[in-house]
Design a binder for this molecule. Sequence first.
Ligand SMILES: [Zn+2]
Length: 303
Amino acid sequence: MPLVSGKALLAHAHQNQYAIGAFNFANMENLQAVIEAAEELQSPVIIQITEKSIEYAGLDYLYALGRCAGENAKVPVALHLDHGKKWESVIRCLRYGWTSVMMDASHKPFEENIALTRKIVEFAREVNVSVESELGFIGGKEGDITPEGNIYTEVDEAVEFVRRTNTDALAIAVGTAHGIYKGEVNIDFNRIKEIKAQTDIPLVLHGSSGVPDEMIKRAVLSGINKVNFDTEIKLASLEALKAFLDQHPYEYDIRKIYKPARQAMKEKIKEKIKLLSSEGKNWITAYDSPDKHDVSLLTGGFN
Ligand SMILES: [Zn+2]
C-alpha cells in the first residue's frame, strides 16, 4: 500500500499503548532490513532519514527508496524526516511526499521553537502529514551538532507547547542521549507519565541505543509511542561487515559483502521491535496490492 501518514500510525499506537520503532536508512540494504524485520513481526514501522543522509544520497534517491519500501510492504510504513533543523529541509520533504516530518527547533528559545513548529504544523496539515517536534534538549551526538548535555523537558512547558503549536507528536528529554553511552542511563519515567497525562498526545524517545531493554519497555508503558534506533543497528552492520571481510579479504562483489550485514541489521531490528509491543499490531487487515502498471498487457517483444 502507499506510504501511510505518521498520524495514522502514531494515533493507533497512542490508543493501544504501544510504540513504533523508527529506524534510519541511508541505503537499500539498510531499508530492506527494516522492512523485512517489520513484516516478519507483523509490526507497523517508521523509516526515517536525516539531513546528513540527504547530503549523502539526495532526496530523489531517498524518496524513491522510501516509497518503494512502503508500496511493497505488507505492514503500514511511514516515511519520516528525523531532526529537521533547517526550514527548507522540512518544506522540501513535505513537497516530496514524506508522510511525517520533525521540525527540531529545540536548540532555539522557547518562543522561537513554538513559532517555527506552529508554522510547519500549518503547512503539514494541508497534506495530512504529521509533525514531530522537540522540547527540552536530548544530548549526545546528533548529526552535525554535539550538544553538551540534557535539558529535561518541563511538564508545564510541554503542556503550553502542545496547546500553542498543535504538534502531532512530541520528543521529550527524559535522560537518554544520542550515540553511545559513556555512563549509566537514568530515565525519568515519572516525567514521561506526567507529560503523557497532561498532553495526551504521542510521545517520542530519542537516543535509545544502549538503553537496557527493561528501561525501553518501561518507557513504552509510561507513555512513549515512537522510539528511534540508529547507532546499535549501524554497529550490528559494522560487526557483520568486519567479520565477513576478515574471512574473505579479497571479496569484491558488494552483494556478497552486504548480505550478512543486511541479515545482522534485520536481527537487531527485530530485537528492538519486540521491546515496543508493536509485534502483531499490523492493522492492515485487507491487504490490497497497489495498483501497479500491468505488464501482462505486453504480449510480444521477446522473440
Ligand atoms: Zn534524535
